[in-house]
Design a protein around this ligand. Sequence first.
Ligand code: NAD
Length: 436
Amino acid sequence: MKISVVGTGYVGLVSGTCFSETGNTVTCVDIDPKKVESLKKGKLTIYEPGLEVLFERNTKAGRLNFTTSLEEGIEGAQVIFLALPTPPGEDGSADLKYILGVADDLGKILKDYAVIVDKSTVPVGTAEKVTAAIAKNAKVDFDVVSNPEFLREGVAVDDFMKPDRVVVGTQSQRAMKIMEKLYAPLVRQGNPVIFMDERSAEMTKYAANSFLAMKITFMNEIANLCERAGADVDNVRRGIGTDSRIGKRFLFPGIGYGGSCFPKDVQALGKTASEFDYDFKILKSVMKVNDKQKTKMMPQIKEYFGGDLKGKTIALWGLAFKPHTDDIREAPALYNIKSLRRAGAKVVVFDPEAMDNVKGVVGRKVKYAKSMYEALEGADALMIMTEWPAFRTPDFDKIKSSLKNNVIFDGRNLYALDEMEEKGFTYYSIGRKAIK
Ligand code: NAD
């Protein structure tokens, strides 16, 4: 099949590359000439494990192409994916200007029937808006389908190639058949393609992300309570995770969720609720609790240093909002950098993949270390923000000899309490007793 993907970010580039891997001819369109230039030269613009091999194979085979021209990109495409940004607008609702802008253009240039697919996360009713925007100028038949994406950054290729399920919102038999054919190679093991109406598909994506954000937040609250009540959240997690109704995943407490999806999607669902005059109380609490959770260790670190961080240097391990990605959007690390600096501390940071992105946002306000151990040299304390595997089994002797104080503030519960005690660290983590 000939397909087009408009928007070549995390979702667009992964989707386009994976669809080319299953034999389709894909043209990815992006408005950013630098991105397209780099991709045309064979250089990936994002870090995503496993993507490079597929990217190289399919660009070489001529199945994966890039352009800045929408008209050129959609030439002959049976399916046109919109993988465009839907950032929060000023009032928290998803801003549809990118999607509707492209829909408007598509109406003017469509030459044959095509299925236009909303792959971006968009609020209930967007498929109707996109249809109207295209229909204003279209001279040919078309269908608009809602096909939300559930991939997780860091394992995006695997998620895309072997999705738990594919959700397709359409009432058009013609579009349904095309979507079924396109996804068939990805669901050969029997995972379902679930067809439904457009509005339900749009709601499904927000319900999934908000539920997961709620699950994490619930555990964060249990963790906060464990600290006060003298319980250990790790034990509680194991105790409840074995209940098949609850499940083991998404029960790890920490310094809050971040990323490009959960914060904005929870907010946007809240906005949808208020538009329909529904007071979605749980969502409001989830947002409030998470905001506080991100800088939850700040009072502890201040207290450790006698209430004042002036002149102190804090080493920060981990900047990405989660491991295996270079994405720093809404990353808790950024909030902590801000709070530490506001409290007068100097900050030295290290992340295996996200350093360049942080340089773009934070600039010279922090120091960038070349390695995790270089970050520690002469620092007063270590804070851990992201659970990169490399941080899990560090050389503790090296940490001790590099830091001025043997103290770690671990926002991701990477280390066992008895080990930290035995090694003589002062160790703060989430939902477990502090080792002092
Ligand atoms: P992104 O910001 O990484 O990529 C969007 C791309 O669209 C950028 O490269 C940008 O240059 C391009 N673009 C903007 N306007 C354009 C235009 N008019 N024409 C062509 N290209 C244009 O965003 P993303 O993370 O890939 O997310 C895209 C959508 O998918 C969002 O709605 C997001 O909520 C959703 N989503 C994201 C993830 C994720 O993990 N990142 C997962 C599931 C769903």
